[in-house]
Design a protein. Structure first.
Lengths: 371, 234
């Protein structure tokens, strides 16, 4: 049995927000503009993104609502009726509720009866885990249709009030501000079937390599600002104390970030060695990190060892859609297909790097036509 | 007649050269992850590395550094007339680095260490194993596999210069006059890489040679990590 992506959909809340409007939405911490914003935006190259909150910090779309919207768009492009979905496989970084699992909320929102449910937990690569589960289920012929829905609502973490509650400018540093200028909101969905339908994408293989045994945590929520304090957020007496200690801020240890490039390249080289990946036959590389992260010395080495992916093969919607974490790869493939870039027999590598504690997933697709 | 022989960076590596470079890159990433699991490096990455840790690091590196030029020169002398161009490159390399240990000693003294103590320090078990392995391989005829050793050791030199030196200064408060040995290896990084590509193109002419290079890189990486692990044992 194989698995084919026969339809895709996405949902991005509200209008595109330009770089000069970000702080109008997220708010000025203690009334002062950020000193780091321009530098971080210049480095990531993002020009516009979408937020599910408004300037008054009201939530216009919950995370589950965005997921449901993306799923509906995906199903609207397919003759498969909602009730035929056998498996609903969902992922998010943070659901609206701490429990139950995100998938339950998405199922309720969609109104699919008696579906088999799967929710994965993690950051960016949780999407690949949800896709993997769907693909495996189809390959085992346990279901014939699976809907993967992945959604990210990061902006609620970035409200100025969050930073003020954690001590304001005095207490926040580069690592706790970095992701404020990086992440934004959106949802994506893929419909997978065990038979091809029209022009669709065959899932050739999925692989991932995690390196949490070798590296410290690089992106997290739960540690207080004081690095000497070993408590995590639930160890505090109240959530208010945890927030005041900075334990609810999302952080990126920027010093460790270069390792994600190394483990990303390492995984790709491993796939080449195993004969799964043939760079000379690869037509498109989709990644929510932009290609300039892969320049530097490693770039020269990749050129020398014949493993560099030519610039014109890179596809990303990062600059206009923003970095929507786990939802990125689903939204990206949706945009890619809508732009009519999928030619028959073309091969596509989706690369999903997660810097949380260094996991990188690879999904290889081939464009096929159902006979 | 002092015209130096240079194995220039090739425009394109052979297919085997490319495959070998891919394997070397993976061996390097594997080595870096192995290093990241060594206690003293975990302290460096985690931010709890102290001045005493730095002194212990230098104390444990010196015996291997002071012997370094021995295996490199031995390696040079093991290449026969058919490999005279490689021999020239390696002699030049030995000449560049044969007094590195003096820089290391002065760094140790600058950060508060005792010169007599570092000079009296014997090899730790990891250094012993590393030194013996390198001398053994260097004594074999035409030891092309040692390109794998060079790959790991040169790569580590660049990592020390680019990552460790500033991190150590930041965490321990030692000045740049105490990190000259670590920093020194970053200065010629690009020319070292070009030299390495040239050597790879020259020596990687069979699968057997490629396997030999990779095996040597794996052993050197494992023993180098052992040398650093032993800092917390001894």
């Amino acid at each position: 049995m194989s698995a084919y992506i026969t339809s895709t959909g996405s949902f991005l809340p509200g209008p595109p927000i330009g770089n000069d409007e970000i702080e109008e939405v997220l708010g000025l911490v203690e009334g002062k503009p950020s000193r780091l914003k321009a530098r971080i935006l210049k480095a990531n190259g993002i020009k516009t993104r979408h937020y599910a909150i408004d300037k008054s910090h009201r939530t216009l779309f919950s995370n589950a609502q965005m997921a449901v919207e993306a799923a509906r768009t995906c199903l609207a492009g397919s003759p498969v009726p909602l009730r035929s979905v056998g498996l609903l496989s969902c992922a998010t970084t943070q659901g609206d509720l701490v429990i139950p699992g995100f998938g339950s909320m998405v199922q309720a929102g969609l109104g699919i009866p008696e579906v088999e449910l799967h929710t994965t937990h993690g950051i960016c690569s949780s999407s690949a885990m949800a896709i993997r589960s769907a693909v495996n289920t189809l390959r085992l012929a346990e279901q014939s249709t699976a809907l993967v829905v992945v959604s990210e609502l990061a902006s609620r973490l970035f409200k100025s009030s969050r930073y003020e509650a954690a001590g304001g400018h005095e207490a926040i540093d580069f690592d706790s501000e970095f992701l404020r200028w990086m992440l934004s909101d959106g949802a994506g969905a893929w419909l997978l079937e065990s038979q091809p339908r029209g022009r669709c994408l065959r899932v050739d293989w999925i692989r991932s390599y995690s390196h949490a045994d070798s590296f410290p945590v690089c992106m997290s929520i739960g540690h207080p600002t004081d690095a000497e304090d070993a408590r995590t957020w639930q160890d505090f007496g109240t959530y208010a104390e945890a927030e005041a200690a900075g334990a609810l801020l999302i952080r990126q240890d920027v010093r460790l970030l270069e390792n994600i490039v190394k483990v990303g390249v390492d995984g790709a080289l491993r796939l080449i060695d195993e004969g799964l990946l043939d760079m000379s036959r690869l037509d498109h590389l989709l990644c929510h990190y932009s290609s300039h992260h892969f320049r530097s010395k490693i770039f020269d080495m990749l050129e020398m060892c014949g493993a560099r992916v030519a610039e014109e093969k890179w596809y990303t919607n990062l600059y206009t859609r923003g970095n929507t974490g786990c939802a990125s790869i689903l939204i990206m493939l949706d945009d890619f297909l809508r732009e009519g870039r999928a030619r028959p027999d073309a091969t596509i590598l989706c690369m999903v790097p997660e810097s949380g504690r260094f996991n990188v997933a690879y999904i290889h697709l081939t464009v096929v036509e159902a006979s | 007649m002092t015209e130096s022989v240079v194995l220039a960076r090739p425009d394109v590596l052979s297919e085997l050269g490319q495959a070998t470079l891919r394997r070397l890159l993976r061996a390097w990433f594997d080595f870096e992850r192995r290093l990241a699991r060594v206690p003293i490096i975990q302290r460096l990455e985690g931010g709890t590395f102290t001045r005493e840790d730095y002194q212990r690091l230098l104390l444990n590196l010196r015996p291997q550094v002071v012997e370094g030029s021995r295996w490199i020169t031995r390696c040079a002398s093991s290449f026969d007339r058919e490999h005279a161009d490689i021999r020239s490159v390696i002699i030049g390399h030995a000449q560049d680095e044969h007094r590195d240990y003096e820089v290391l000693e002065s760094d140790y003294v600058a950060c508060g260490g005792d010169l007599a103590a570092i000079r009296a320090r014997l090899r730790n078990p990891g250094s012993e194993a590393l030194h013996c392995f390198l001398m053994y391989r260097a004594s074999e005829p035409n030891p092309v596999g040692l390109l794998g050793a060079m790959w790991i050791i040169e790569g580590l030199g660049a990592k020390m210069a680019k990552e460790w030196a500033a991190r150590i200064e930041q965490l321990t408060g030692v000045a740049q006059d105490s990190t000259r040995f670590l920093r020194y290896h970053g200065s010629n990084d690009e020319s070292h890489m070009d030299k390495l590509y040239g050597l790879l193109d020259r020596v990687c002419t069979s699968e057997a040679a490629a396997d030999d290079i990779l095996r040597t890189a794996a052993v050197v990486g494992r023993l180098y990590a052992l040398q650093l692990e032993e800092i917390d044992v001894g």
